[in-house]
Write a protein that binds this ligand. Sequence first.
Ligand SMILES: *Cc1c(COP(=O)(O)O)cnc(C)c1O
Length: 391
Amino acid sequence: MLDEKLNFSTKLIHSSVKTNKPCIAVRAPLYDTTTFSFSDTQSFENAALNGDTPFYSRYGNNPNILATEEKLSVLDGTEDALLFSAGMAALSALFITYGKNGILCIGNVYGGTQFLLAHQLNSLGIQTNFIPYDQADYLDLFIAKNPGLIFFESPANPTLDILNIQDITRLAHENGSLVAMDNTFASAINQQPIGLGVDLCMQSATKYLGGHSDLTAGVITGKKSLLDAIRPWRTNLGQICSPATAHLLDRSLATLPLRINCHNENAMTIAKWLEHHPKITKVYYPGLPSFSGFETASRQMKGFGGMISIDIKGNEKDAIQFINCLKLITRAASLGGIESLVSQPARTSHRNLTPEERNQKGISDTLIRLSIGLENVHDIINDLAQALGQV
Ligand SMILES: *Cc1c(COP(=O)(O)O)cnc(C)c1O
């Protein structure tokens, strides 16, 4: 209880006992605080030495951050998890910690990751070699050059290419390389890279984990000893997410399995429908037997996810016309939310590449990427049908 004799300006500053008294709320409270108080110097000092005691939010020991990290490590079946302010924060800390002996990047990766590896990290002495997806069969030759870290996505953005996670991991480990993977497209529900041998698993929590297009965050899971080397970079580069973001993400994780099941079912139904449409020349979806990665995907994925790419018949104008005619499916960057989104990689995420570079990555001018949401599947199909009808 605050001393009655204090002035009101002082009383307005100090927390009410009512909000600080321990009680058990059904929905865990938000600890919207940068710092935590101690009854005496000894407990203050003890907390400073023990990383898991709530002490200072930037250090990552805010209760909302710790609780959400615990759920994320349970989800991936790992010892520990590190939460970040964005997927790119997670990746940059990962590469700075483990990229010193060279990075080998296999296949297509997210545009921001590509730029970071190809144009930014070399100024810090971190060098990356890139192998195109269609040369992944010669991986042993590249791995023999002793890269410290192997990095890839599967399914990869935006062509949904599938890489064999166990094969890559076995080769890398025989050579003493560490393996890190971006699992954003599949999400932890559909694919468990750590169980397949990967050392460090990253996800942009902005996408499926958050799932409602209302938060930006990232996560890395893996063995505690591996994460402990990344943690000081997160601390001193100031890459922690806010307690409010962690709290919102914790809320989202509750419905993650239900949401992913619905994304999987909707996308499978839509991919099958698109495959038979006369105005579509190719459907990129790991769950279609006609897709090149189907067999590997069936072995390493439990569900095929909500991302579909299509090649539309005709030229770039037809692709633009189709996208502009969509009424329900929203033209926007990002993916993995409850609402269906559409983008044209050659015009948006990959517009900075030369036509030759796009061609090498299999990104044509008529390629269209769909993030299938949780709307009623017939409403999504009706929207696709009416827009295709106007091409
Ligand atoms: C969005 C995305 C990222 C980057 O995540 P942010 O949260 O936007 O920083 C990295 N990898 C993939 C595959 C993504 O889709």
